[in-house]
Design a protein around this ligand. Structure first.
Ligand code: B12
Length: 235
């Protein structure tokens, strides 16, 4: 039987253990610790953040040649499991799904989708109708979906520095198709910054899923058409 309520100290220790278990790709341990945290009252974002810290650390190790692609793959799968475990513990933000459609995609050339998945879960929970087009998505496919679904927001994800160009190309393709002014475009991913946002011509960016939801909500509650001014949930 798990402890029903965690003390602050317990919660901190368990979160460190969770991070460590993901770094060491001990999936079963990670799953048990995540459950213990969630049942003890930790929020889903607190639990996800512990996993994110592990992936950030693994990414640094990878860059230093101390971790390898299979480690990233396995840790990524564990993180996906943690997100799925946390999902039922999310408290619904609104009663009905009336905030409109958000089309999400990881842009062409990039296959990272764990963070986008987290953003999708949180937006869905908040009352958005999320259509996730997957990874490595060509600009034209995004243009087609915008025409078809008429979303209020398009969210582009990309973790590789080089994929900023694909984001820029996607936004240019939306403009060339005459649909750019119908949507607000937000971008995100580990390499995204305010400067990247300006470079690619997005309307805003967010450093994490919580900020992404806040920005999306702000946009749909603002009646005016999309402005080209830079808005971001990051600071
Ligand atoms: C796991 C991982 C992988 C997995 C991905 C599995 C999957 N299904 O996603 C695999 C093994 C496939 C992989 C492959 C590669 N990877 Co990789 N990978 C990572 C790692 C360790 C973690 C990424 C992650 O999931 N983080 C956790 C999530 C929750 O965080 P996140 O993605 O940042 O998302 C949050 C925010 O960014 C934001 N967000 C994300 N998307 C969106 C979208 C919107 C609209 C908004 C508003 C917000 C938002 O909210 C999210 C939740 O809070 C990172 C390290 C890092 N620091 O990011 C490297 C990293 C991204 N990978 C890297 C590299 C180099 C590669 C490879 C080229 C390796 C290789 N030699 O093959 C390939 C590229 C393949 C390709 N074409 O895309 C580099 C990129 C360097 C760079 N800046 O260009 C990194 C930074 C590692 C490093 N330090 O070198 N990788």
């Amino acid at each position: 039987m798990f402890t029903p309520v965690l003390t602050v100290e317990n919660e901190k220790d368990l979160s460190k253990e969770l991070t460590q278990s993901v770094i060491e790709v001990r999936g079963q341990d990670a799953c048990l610790i995540a459950e213990q945290l969630l049942q003890g009252g930790s929020t889903p974002s607190f639990v996800a953040a512990a996993g994110e810290r592990a992936l950030a650390e693994l990414g640094e190790r990878f860059a230093r040649g101390e971790a390898f692609v299979p480690d990233l793959v396995m840790a990524g799968e564990i993180m996906r499991g943690i997100i799925a475990q946390a999902r039922p513990y999310l408290r619904r933000g609104v009663d009905t799904k009336e905030l409109g459609v958000v089309v999400l995609a990881t842009v062409k050339g990039d296959v990272h989708d764990i963070g986008k998945g987290l953003v999708a879960v949180m937006l869905d929970n908040d009352g958005f109708d999320v259509v996730d087009l997957g990874v490595d998505v060509p600009s034209q496919a995004i243009v087609d979906e915008v025409r078809e679904l008429q979303p209020r927001i398009v969210g582009l994800s990309g973790l590789l520095t080089a994929t900023a160009n694909a984001m820029r190309a996607t936004i240019a393709a939306l403009a060339a198709a005459g649909v750019r002014d119908r949507v607000r475009v937000m971008i995100g991913g580990a390499s995204v910054t305010k400067d990247v946002c300006a470079h690619v011509g997005a309307d805003g960016w967010a450093p994490n899923a919580v900020a992404a939801v806040a920005l999306a909500e702000e946009w749909v509650t603002t009646a005016s058409p999309p402005s080209r001014s830079l808005r971001h949930g990051g600071d």
